[in-house]
Design a protein around this ligand. Structure first.
Ligand code: SF4
Ligand code: SF4
Length: 690
């Protein structure tokens, strides 16, 4: 061992030790969060790590930045092996994987190091150009974030340059030292060999080797203080993301209302779960979520990216105080409005909180719960979970919510509906249709095959009632043995839950389960995606387990089985632009059934897709309780969405949700257009034989 090796060993121990302390510190910060069981479904989690983490599936949703980032990521994975070899050789110079690996594998490994160094250098150069020259809007951030990104990108570029140069000078000094598979290093090495003698080349090799090795260790220790902490945490975050399967992934967490706690929901970081906090560590600040957010797109204050960054900033501010940590000397720089380290350790920190100091009420109430942010996030962050927990705190602990919600909560409590209609009027739409109720069927000693859950919109809203009638006609025409609950149906509480009123929600949800179980219901069909999601994916949290089918899927199955008596569809081609409901699509992955149902029933239909469609579809603006709130800031979301759909030139718009129906119908009217909006059941019912 030379003196140089001993010095390097010392530096290595200090660097790895400091990094380990930082990892410990960051883990201790996560521990201030609430417990959240995330160990189930290990195989699904591993598959997600492979698909989303390693194969970078979601990264490729952006055709420009996606390949660039994926190349940097894969390059890093490949180069990690070389890094290990370099660090070990720094202590024990004779070490090389060449002695451990079969020749062919070593040759491939060796070539990959050279090739990926060039690939990463090219990708990083493009990233720097993009950030400094192109300035994409979604990367907008404060100066600190921008500088941090430039530091990291420069460090990565420096790592690649020093790696290539140290290899090249090594070759110039000892031409026999490396195989020809390191093509770029060989080219450079040959050039250097003509320019200098071997001793000079060797001296330069040592300079670049040290520069490279020290840069690796500096990079490693900068990460815990940087937004690029995601380099370490993103795969872990993907593993622990909410993965249980379609639908359940969008289910809101249940809440123990009997718990002996001073406040419900979250107003500060220690009231969030450790996973919400890990989300903060994992954010790459790429802005994909905000670029897809309907609230942000239309000029509201809400930015899901900011929600996650604020969570991390507040964690970095408060956790050191809570854990008594003195290592976080970067904290003032990362904190919000805190001028100095001393100030950051004072009452000032405890005087702040995540709610109000970082994230305002206005931001939280702007969310439509559309899940576009969650679907877009390349590292599986759940921004919506943080918003939901903070809304719960606003409503349950602080009684702070938009004034328009007060009558909604009252009506849900009194009438079992968000609107002040009497339960006695629920089945008003059945007049003249002779639709049996569950109670009537029970009296007759009969049991229906399915319960048609009509929903509050379908029961009381004049336009939505037409959808209800159309679907009932289809069921009738197909000879389905079905019944409704009539005045025994009441809201299951989904709007209350989305608006943060978990207390009211749980009462309504449990009442619904009680009613359904009383009639021994097993299969439910509904035309409302919100009812479909709530009853299928969230009632199981309280023991309500039913097969719940959205009418689009049910109709599609009936059509597939040739059970729908259709008249022949002749005539002119009808162009239709279908709008995806968030709770049907992004929450439950139902994209094809509504489209297929329309096409099967009316083959002359030509479906036109809007630019933002399927899992990238833009929300109508009604979800998350926004249906009941004023929309005074920016452009109306329904106007934005309707304009986009009308711009396709379609002769009609189609929906599969009564809430979307209202929003788009209003949007069409506001646009001065006469393009009709149909529910898919109306299109199918229109084709029924007389
Ligand atoms: S759920 Fe939708 S509206 Fe809410 S923050 Fe995410 S993208 Fe924005
Ligand atoms: S939350 Fe996800 S999508 Fe949003 S900025 Fe962070 S990494 Fe990007």
């Amino acid at each position: 061992m030379t003196a140089g090796n001993i010095v390097f060993l010392f530096i290595l121990i200090v660097a790895v030790g400091f990094f380990s302390l930082n990892v410990q510190r960051l883990v201790s910060y996560l521990q201030i969060g609430h417990p959240d069981a995330r160990t189930g479904h290990p195989f699904t989690r591993l598959r997600n790590v492979f698909e989303i983490g390693i194969a970078q599936k979601k990264i490729f949703r952006d055709p420009v930045a996606g390949p660039m980032h994926a190349l940097i990521f894969w390059g890093f994975m490949v180069l990690t092996a070389g890094t290990l070899e370099i660090l070990i050789a720094g202590v024990y110079p004779a070490f090389s994987f060449e002695a451990l690996l079969p020749k062919t594998i070593y040759t491939v490994y060796s070539a990959s190091q050279d090739m990926f160094a060039v690939v990463v250098l090219a990708a990083v150069s493009f990233a720097l150009y993009r950030r400094m020259v192109l300035h994409p809007r979604r990367l907008d951030g404060d100066d600190l974030e921008h500088t941090d990104a430039l530091i990291i990108l420069s460090m990565i570029a420096g790592l690649m340059i020093t790696l290539l140069l140290s290899n090249a000078f090594m070759l110039a000094a000892f031409p026999q030292a490396m195989g020809p598979e390191k093509v770029v290093s060989h080219q450079l090495g040959s050039a250097f060999a003509h320019m200098m003698d071997p001793r000079t080349a060797l001296a330069r090799y040592h300079i670049f080797w040290w520069a490279h090795a020290l840069l690796i260790l500096a990079f490693l220790n900068y990460l815990p203080y940087s937004k690029h902490l995601h380099v370490i945490t993103s795969l872990i975050n993907v593993y622990f993301s909410n993965t249980s399967g379609p639908g359940v992934k969008g289910a809101m967490r249940s809440m123990d209302l009997e718990a002996d706690v001073e406040s419900f929901g979250a107003s500060d970081v220690e009231q969030l779960s450790w996973k919400n906090l890990l989300d903060g560590y994992s954010c790459t600040e790429c802005g994909r979520c905000t670029a897809a957010c309907p609230a942000n797109i239309t000029g509201k204050l809400l930015s899901p990216r900011k929600i996650v960054i604020n969570t991390r900033q507040r964690l970095m501010e408060k956790a050191p105080v809570m854990t008594g940590d003195r290592m976080d000397f970067m904290r003032p720089a990362l904190s919000h409005g805190v001028e100095s380290y001393e100030a950051a350790t004072s009452d000032e920190v405890l005087g702040h909180r995540l709610l109000d100091s970082y994230i305002t009420e206005e931001e939280l109430w702007a969310c439509t719960s559309c899940r576009a942010c969650v679907v877009e996030c390349p590292v599986s962050i759940d921004q919506l979970d943080i918003i939901n927990e903070m809304r719960r705190n606003l409503v349950l602990t602080e009684s702070r919510f938009p004034a328009e919600l007060q009558p909604v909560f009252e009506s849900l409590e009194r009438n079992g509906s968000p609107w002040a209609f009497s339960a006695a009027d629920r089945a008003g739409w059945t007049e003249g249709l002779d639709i049996p109720t569950m109670a009537q069927m029970r009296e007759r000693g009969e049991k229906p095959d399915i319960l048609f859950w009509v929903g509050c919109m379908g029961s009381f809203d004049d336009r939505a009632k037409k959808i209800t009638v159309a679907f009932a006609h289809i069921l009738r025409a197909c000879g389905i043995n079905f019944a409704i609950l009539g005045q025994e149906e009441a809201c299951h509480g989904d709007p209350a839950r989305r608006m943060g009123n978990e207390y009211l929600y749980q009462i309504l949800a449990k009442n619904t389960i009680e009613t359904l179980d009383r009639y021994e219901v097993t299969t439910i069909v509904t035309h409302c995606p919100h009812c479909f999601h709530q009853m299928g994916n969230e009632l199981p949290q309280f023991g309500g387990n039913y097969e719940v089918i959205h009418h689009s899927t049910y109709i599609e199955r009936l059509l597939q089985d040739a059970r729908v008596p259709l008249r022949s569809a002749e005539g002119q081609k009808l162009t239709v632009a279908y709008h995806d409901s968030c709770y049907l699509g992004r929450y439950n992955d139902v994209y094809d059934a509504p489209r297929q149902a329309m096409k099967r029933a009316l083959p002359v239909i030509e479906l036109i897709e809007a630019p933002r469609t399927k899992d990238r579809g833009l929300c109508c603006g009604a979800g998350g309780g926004r249906m009941f709130m004023e929309e005074n800031t920016g452009k109306r979301i329904n106007a934005e969405r309707t304009e986009e759909l009308l711009a396709t030139g379609a002769a009609a718009l189609a929906v599969a949700c009564p809430f979307c129906m209202t929003m788009l119908t209003d949007g069409v009217k506001a646009n001065g257009s006469e393009v009709p909006v149909y529910d898919i059941s109306e299109i199918v019912a229109g084709q029924l034989q007389a």
